[in-house]
Ligand binder design. Sequence first.
Ligand code: ADP
Ligand code: AMP
Length: 210
Amino acid sequence: MRIVLLGAPGSGKGTQAQFIEQKYHLPKISIGDILRQIINNNAPLSKQIKSTIYNGKLISDEIVTELVQSYITKIDYNLGFILDGFPRTISQAKMIENNKISIDYFFELKIPTKIILERIQKRRTGVVSKNTYHLNNSICSKNINCTNSIQRFDDNTEVIKTRLEEYNKFTIPLINYLNNSCKKINYRYYIIDGTQTIQNINNEIKKILN
Ligand code: ADP
Ligand code: AMP
C-alpha cells in the first residue's frame, strides 16, 4: 500500500503515520523529520533549511523532491510506504507522477484553525522515542515520560500563521488538483474529520485499509 497523508500543520498526519507504520509495517517517510535530521547533523544546506522552516515557509520543490527521490529509491516502493507531508505543492505531486509511482490511498485530515493553534502550541516530541505527544493527552501521564520531550522550534503562534498561509497558497491548490486527477485516474481519496479522537481516526483509517 502506498499512502499519502495530507492536511494542515497540526492536523494529525504524523500521529496517524505512526499508527499506520506500526499496524501495517510500512516505512514512513516524513519530510519534516528528514529536514530536522539534516539540521541536527549540520549537513550541507542545514542553515538555509533551518531558517526557511523557522520562518514558516516551504522548502524549495527542488530540494524536497530530490530528498524524497533519494529516500524512495532506497526502499522497495512496490511493497508500500507512507508519505507524511509530501506532496505539499502541485509540482511535488508531478514528481510522483513523472516517476510513475502510483498512490493507492490519499487521506486528507481536516480540522479548523482554532484547533490547529491549540495542538501546535501543546505538541511535544520525545527526545529518545521521537514520537509526538499532546500535553493534554492522557498518554503523557500514563506510560510515557513527557518531561523528556521537547517543543519544535517552529511551533509558535507567529510561525504557525505563516505555515497556514503557505498551506492555503500551495497545498489547497494541490488538493484541488488531486481531486480533479482523482476523477480521471480513479485515485482513492478520503477526507477524514481530524477533530475526532486519535483512536477514532485510527479506526476509520483501519476500516478503509482493511
Ligand atoms: P501534523 O503531523 O499534521 O503536523 P501531529 O500528528 O504532529 O500533526 O499532531 C499535532 C498535535 O496534535 C500533536 O501534539 C498530537 O499529539 C496532537 N493530535 C494529533 N491528532 C490528534 C487528535 N485526533 N486529537 C487530539 N490531538 C491530536
Ligand atoms: P512538518 O514536520 O510536516 O510540520 O514540516 C515542517 C516544515 O518542513 C514545514 O513547515 C516546511 O518548512 C518543511 N516541509 C515539510 N514538508 C515539506 C514539503 N513537502 N515541501 C516543502 N517544505 C516542506
